[in-house]
Design a protein around this ligand. Structure first.
Ligand code: PMP
Length: 374
């Protein structure tokens, strides 16, 4: 099998799975119980939380574990809007967000908030002039992802925060960092709120992170026995898995990036040789995600043809497969280009042999399907 869909989800690392199993078996006590089994679990919970805070250079009180980035996005956007509605009812998001952000925004609009979609340049970066134009006295929140899940285009978060703060330092800046965490370095000073997910960094599914800087007003949207953003019994095996996966992923990040860049260059070089294929890429794209448009072949047909060779890639994202790529549309305003995208996403686990087999198989499948389309 050749798996090149790491941005949809990653496999769980064997050592992370070992931790998951060990914690499930040996630390089954509820961290909230008073007896010593509970205490043992509580201590482990505290040390995993401390490890995450040290790895990300954030305070233990500035984040909580959630079920994933979708939930964190809900807590961040809905919570901030509800907590700050006395100051205004306007929010701004980019045209390069994950579909979960747009669903949340639709909900916020249905309860009376107003939304503006900030334009991006042809290179995919937020158009700062448009951002300045769209902010107004009612703006309470701006949400812009760190890395676009379809094209891998990375936003200059620090500059965006500066532009926002210069206009009004009370506007809250949220970033969905799901596709950036574990791939590129992140500075948590560049935003006020953030969302991330474990299953993109080799941890199991069902665990994520919600970050909130001290003093940022965000209303809890879930209620339970604990007074936290994600109440309920802590999912200790998942939390420990997340902290371990994070430690492993962040270790020697630069070296891992170099490996991925090597595969990226090989693939781009190959894709450039096809006259009909368009590469949806800019100098801001991170090497882990390559997006191309086949133009005259349906992406579903192509994906299923590769699948027969046990090669796995995506059309746009796993969350919007089969639909027009909103990100490619926002970049090029070309419907055909946006309807025929393929996403190949890489990892430092990807091997040269896999790239070689992929390139050869891709070529065979392309020649066959392209000749049928003529
Ligand atoms: N945001 C981004 C940028 C993503 O890529 C994803 C996953 N495709 C999500 C949010 C949703 O994450 P989760 O599956 O953890 O809810």
């Amino acid at each position: 099998m050749i798996y090149l869909d790491y941005s949809a989800t990653t496999p769980v690392l064997p050592e992370v799975l070992d931790s998951y199993n060990r914690v499930t078996n040996e630390y089954f006590g509820n961290p909230n119980s008073l007896h010593n089994l509970g205490l043992k679990s509580r201590n482990l919970l505290e040390s995993a939380t401390k490890q995450v805070s040290e790895l990300l250079n954030i305070d233990v009180n500035e984040f909580c574990f959630t079920s994933g980035a979708t939930e964190s996005n809900n807590i961040a956007l809905i919570g901030t809007c509800l907590a700050n509605k006395d100051k205004g009812n306007h929010i701004i998001v980019s045209k390069l967000e994950h579909p979960s952000i747009y669903s949340i925004v639709d909900y916020l609009v249905s309860i009376g908030f107003k939304v503006s979609y900030v334009n991006n340049t042809t290179e995919g970066v937020i158009d700062f002039e448009d951002l300045k134009r769209k902010m107004n006295e009612d703006t309470i929140l701006v949400s812009i992802c760190a890395v676009n899940s379809e094209t891998g285009i990375r936003q200059p978060l620090k500059t965006i925060k500066q532009v926002i703060n210069k206009y009004n330092k009370n506007i809250i800046f949220h970033s969905d960092i799901t596709q950036a965490l574990g791939k590129v370095s992140i500075n948590f000073n560049d935003f006020d709120l953030a969302s991330a997910s474990g299953h993109k960094i080799y941890a199991p599914k069902g665990i994520g992170l919600f970050y909130k800087k001290k003093n940022i007003k965000c209303k809890k949207i879930m209620y339970g026995t604990e007074n936290t953003f994600h109440p309920g019994t802590p999912a200790l095996p998942l939390i420990v898995s997340f902290s371990k996966a994070l430690r492993i992923t962040l270790h020697e990040l630069d070296k891992k990036q170099e490996i991925v860049s090597r595969w990226n260059e090989k693939l781009l070089k190959k894709f450039k040789t096809y006259p009909n294929i368009k590469i949806n890429h800019s100098k801001y794209s991170i090497p882990h995600i390559i997006n191309i448009s086949l133009m005259d072949i349906k992406p579903e047909t192509f994906i299923h043809a590769l699948e027969r060779h046990e090669i796995y890639i995506s059309s746009n994202t796993a969350c919007s497969s089969g639909k027009l790529s909103t990100s490619v549309m926002a970049l090029y305003n070309d419907k055909k280009r946006a309807e025929t995208t393929l996403r190949i996403s890489l990892s430092c686990l990807t091997k040269l042999e896999e790239i070689t087999v992929f390139i050869n198989t891709f070529n065979g499948v392309y020649e066959k399907l392209h000749s049928l389309s003529e």
